[in-house]
Design a binder for this molecule. Structure first.
Ligand code: FMN
Length: 180
């Protein structure tokens, strides 16, 4: 089994595409194929010591799911199902898709919900990312001037996504025991 699990939620495919972009950097022994969080069981997550979670922010600063008027269940419902997972000893890196222009007051807010979910259950979140290069008014996902995970904006800065992903993978490599 692969060492690292990667799980995403996605409404129009941007977050799924980034999951595939990340997976391309690693062989099958290192990273599992990306899995939609709406199909993930508690056992799926419990199996990995290292995890990457990806989410868009939807609604008004929310995780995707039925409350955010998404067509399908996603992270919102998954977090209820996964409530009992113990993250003690697990290392988790987060990436989030958002739109800093249209949603400048709640840019990538959803990242923070995933961060708190993991930390509240004993996990360690790595991969905080600088806010330089973005232009937004406010984000719940910023702690000490950094996003709690990689922030990506495919609506306004899609040409930067691939480079940001590469740099972020280098950043998390030591915590994930990875050669990038
Ligand atoms: C209805 C709707 C609400 C959104 N709300 C937010 C938001 O609150 N904050 C944010 O940063 N981006 C917001 N976005 C932008 C999405 O997060 C962005 O388009 C993202 O790339 C979608 O990823 P996906 O294709 O994986 O679902 C919203 C987009 C839509 C369509």
């Amino acid at each position: 089994m692969a060492r690292i699990g990667i799980f995403f939620g996605s409404t129009t495919g941007n977050t799924r595409k980034v999951a595939k972009m990340i997976k391309k950097h690693f062989d099958d022994d290192t990273m599992a194929d990306p899995k939609n969080i709406n199909k993930a069981t508690p056992e799926d997550l419990a199996a990995y010591e290292y995890l990457i979670f990806g989410t868009p922010t939807m609604g008004e600063g929310q995780l995707p799911g039925l409350s955010a008027e998404c067509e399908e269940e996603s992270w919102e419902e998954a977090l209820i199902r996964l409530d009992g997972v113990d993250f003690t000893g697990k290392t988790v890196a987060l990436y989030g898709l958002g739109d800093q222009v249209t949603y400048t007051n709640e840019f990538v807010d959803g990242l923070m919900e995933l961060h708190d979910f993991v930390v509240d259950r004993g996990g360690t979140v790595v991969g905080a990312w600088p806010t330089e290069g973005y232009d937004f008014t406010s984000s719940q996902a910023v702690v000490d001037d950094k996003f709690v995970g990689l922030a990506l904006d495919n609506d306004n800065q899609s040409s930067l996504t691939e480079g940001r992903v590469k740099d972020w993978l280098k950043l998390i490599a030591p915590a994930f025991n990875l050669a990038v």
